[in-house]
Design a protein around this ligand. Structure first.
Ligand code: IPE
Ligand code: IPE
Ligand code: MG
Length: 244
């Protein structure tokens, strides 16, 4: 229900078409730190600040749903110290969210396989979800998330329900993003032009915007530039005329 509603019109969206779900691949933390002679962990810390800044900006722009890619199923390959540093930042973010106090906030949901995190971290994730459930804007944080793993868990869920044949709709409804619209626009920072296993099923018709800027340097103005790009897109979904 929440996602069907389009509140006041957003000037940056123009006429065509309303943006209901923004995906963000927050990339470039490590390079940002290395360029400054710092440890990669310092880049993740600075990236966490950019994340809070951008989420607030998206609330200001009245974007109903944002999904950020924070940690992929492949990121466990990194040195243990880096992974632990990222999890430490996650715990700080969760504790901050649970304590409240942030003026602008979103309803947070974690997407991905959380069973790989410690029971303590999983409990904090649940608490952060519960405590933020009343906020009108939504935020999915993709953690231990992979687009392929998402499709596999969806299909396994359907098999467990006794399904012997599945439709596209069945799969969409069994994904971590169940009930949410597909991302209209996906932003990737850090210069790579790939999706790296982000919302693989859901991104079939997403518009894509890339910037060489590294994630910790991203500002609200960059997000506005991406939104302005989106406003110029003609989305045809295979048809001959744009869909409004
Ligand atoms: C993105 O930044 C954050 C995560 C993947 C956790 P990176 O850490 O990938 O930064 P680069 O790409 O190495 O610069
Ligand atoms: C994608 O970035 C994952 C996140 C931003 C969380 P990566 O840095 O892991 O992607 P690759 O390895 O460059 O494709
Ligand atoms: Mg990277």
């Amino acid at each position: 229900m929440l996602f069907k509603r389009q509140k006041k019109s957003n000037v940056l969206n123009g006429e065509n078409p309303p943006l209901r779900h923004l995906g963000i691949i927050m990339d470039g933390n490590g390079r940002w730190a290395t360029k400054r002679g710092l440890m990669r962990e310092a880049g993740h810390r600075s990236g966490a600040e950019a994340f809070k800044r951008v989420v607030e900006h998206c609330i200001d722009r009245d974007i109903a749903l944002v999904t950020v890619y924070a940690f992929s199923t492949e990121n466990w390959k990194r040195p243990q110290s880096e992974v632990e540093g990222i999890i430490r930042l996650l715990v700080e973010y969760l504790e901050e969210g649970i304590a409240g106090g942030r003026e602008k906030n979103s309803r947070v949901r974690f997407i991905g396989d959380r069973s790989r995190f410690s029971p303590e971290v999983q409990a904090l994730m649940r608490e952060a979800e519960e405590k933020s459930a009343h906020y009108p804007h939504s935020l999915n944080v993709a953690l231990n998330y992979g687009g392929r793993a998402d499709v596999v868990q969806a299909v396994n869920k359907l098999i467990a329900e006794g399904k012997r044949e599945v439709s596209e709709e069945d799969i969409s409804n069994a994904l971590y993003t169940t009930g949410q619209p597909d991302p209209d626009l996906i932003i990737r920072t850090g210069g790579e032009m790939r999706l790296s296993n982000f919302l693989t099923w859901q991104s079939a018709y997403s518009e894509l915007w890339f910037t060489p800027k590294l994630w910790p340097d991203i500002t609200g103005e960059d997000i506005d530039e991406a939104l302005a790009f989106y406003a110029t897109r003609q989305r045809r979904f295979g048809d001959v005329a744009p869909k409004k």
